[in-house]
Design a binder for this molecule. Structure first.
Ligand SMILES: [Zn+2]
Length: 280
């Protein structure tokens, strides 16, 4: 019977929830944040301005701005077990305030320089100052960027629909942070949930509130039903799920991608290995 069979996306290993972090600018406080992420088992994305990474040994003018990390330090701390490196504009120029060609250059130059430093293929982005325009979206698309984070907070756990205008669940200074964490930590019956947290690690020093992130990590760390992932891991997984091909009677599904995918079918959890067809 094809009737009354509802399916919902599940994350790797069938987990119904995912958490990802997004932190900007590559400041020295990222060292402490990464240590805490490792301690509590969280993963996230660090958005860097390649043109603002100081030369090795350069000491910035005192108190002018928080010192940014050297490339050698970034390479040491942003390892794939905990972090993804993404673009944030070569020199942090937001779109809409400079000619399109300048914004295009900012994007490509950042991507190229970061790929040279870190290797791999960098496809993530966070808008400098959170500013985004329709034209910027087109430029990012043409520059091979897959997702771009805004500074919009939804206070929801919905999966993103528009990846190039990607909103967050909230900033870590949101007064409802722990309330949202409680809400997130309840059983999932239907749609998968994503908690997307963003901020700047230097804000923890500025506001003397590292306890905020530790409390969040303690509350939601080490949960069997949560997948702790970087932004691009979430993006790639959702894309793989979206590529599933179902028979018209909803009794068979084919997974054409190179990643295993899980779905919740009514009460059942179904594993669809990469490249295979499964009878439902
Ligand atoms: Zn920034």
């Amino acid at each position: 019977m094809a009737k009354y069979r509802y399916h919902f996306m599940r994350f790797p290993e069938g987990k119904p929830k995912a958490i990802t972090l997004s932190y900007d600018d590559g400041m020295s406080q990222d060292i402490k944040l990464v240590e805490l992420m490792k301690k509590y088992g969280f993963k996230g994305t660090f958005n860097l301005n390649a043109g603002a990474i100081p030369s090795e040994g350069f000491i910035p003018e005192k108190d002018k701005y928080p010192p940014r990390l050297y490339a050698s330090v970034c390479k040491k701390i942003f390892t794939s077990d905990v972090a993804e490196v993404a673009c944030h504009g070569y020199t942090h120029i937001p779109p809409g305030m400079v000619p399109s060609a300048v914004f295009a250059g900012e994007t490509i130059n950042d991507r190229e320089a970061l790929e040279e430093i870190f290797g791999g293929i960098i496809r993530g982005y966070a808008y400098p100052c959170g500013v985004y325009t329709d034209e910027a979206v087109e430029i990012l698309k043409n520059a091979g960027i897959c997702y771009a984070r805004t500074t919009v907070s939804t206070e929801q756990f919905d999966l993103p629909k528009d990846w190039l205008r990607l909103p967050a669940t909230c900033h870590h200074n949101n007064p409802r942070l722990m309330e949202l964490a409680e809400q997130f930590d309840t059983p999932v019956k239907r749609d998968a949930r994503l908690f997307y947290l963003w901020g700047h690690s230097y804000e923890f020093d500025d506001n003397n509130n590292w306890d905020v992130i530790e409390e969040f990590f303690r509350r939601l760390g080490g949960k069997d039903d949560i997948w702790y992932a970087t932004n691009i891991e979430v993006y790639d997984y959702v894309r793989a799920f979206e590529r599933l091909e179902f028979s018209v009677d909803n009794m068979r599904v084919y997974n054409p991608s190179a990643a295993d995918v899980w779905i919740g079918l009514n009460e059942e959890l179904i594993h669809i290995p990469a490249g295979s067809t499964v009878n439902l």
